[in-house]
Write a protein that binds this ligand. Sequence first.
Ligand SMILES: C[S@@+](CC[C@H](N)C(=O)[O-])C[C@H]1O[C@@H](n2cnc3c(N)ncnc32)[C@H](O)[C@@H]1O
Ligand SMILES: [Zn+2]
Length: 185
Amino acid sequence: MLKLSKKLLRERSFYGSYMGKDVVVKKSKINGKGVFATKDFKKDEPILDVDNSHVVTDISKLTKENYDFDLDFLANGKIIWMQPPEKYINHSCDPNLYFKTIGGIRKVYALRDISKGEELTSDYSMNGWGDATFRCNCGSENCRKIWYADFFKLPVFLQRKHLPYLEDWFKKQVKGKIEELNEVR
Ligand SMILES: C[S@@+](CC[C@H](N)C(=O)[O-])C[C@H]1O[C@@H](n2cnc3c(N)ncnc32)[C@H](O)[C@@H]1O
Ligand SMILES: [Zn+2]
């Protein structure tokens, strides 16, 4: 019989979902699989360490499916293969997460207090650019209906709201536009 390590047993429940210490991956009402809290979190509490180590070295064979489901786009054109559980974080127009890199370590933090059982979601437009888009199924009251990757396509009040939670590398990349945003009254 196949022997599973204790770590693997913790990470893979018998339903084929990822079972981390504080989160579980399971079917989501938003899209496919999602990540859910298995405990309460306080605002700004770290939830997950993100694994950025699987770097894409050859973009020539990437498929649309890869772009939609597997990849993340970081500073200086770096593209990574996302790993579970963060790979399953869905987008919401009313997110409860943000990503922040501090001292080279990228983590997922709680954007507000989160209750056990809630789906963990980020706003994919935070630190986002480019032409990607999809019809949003987040179901939140303030759903924007169509999601656009480009942060600067967000309504200005949302750009200003999300500003403190953006990655430093992103703010550097779009320095001029951030300065303009800070000037908007
Ligand atoms: C990284 S995957 C998220 C995990 C995905 N649910 C799965 O099962 O693999 C990102 C993709 O999920 C889908 N998705 C995520 N959030 C969504 C939303 N709010 N509405 C519609 N589709 C969404 C989109 O196709 C998006 O490109
Ligand atoms: Zn939405």
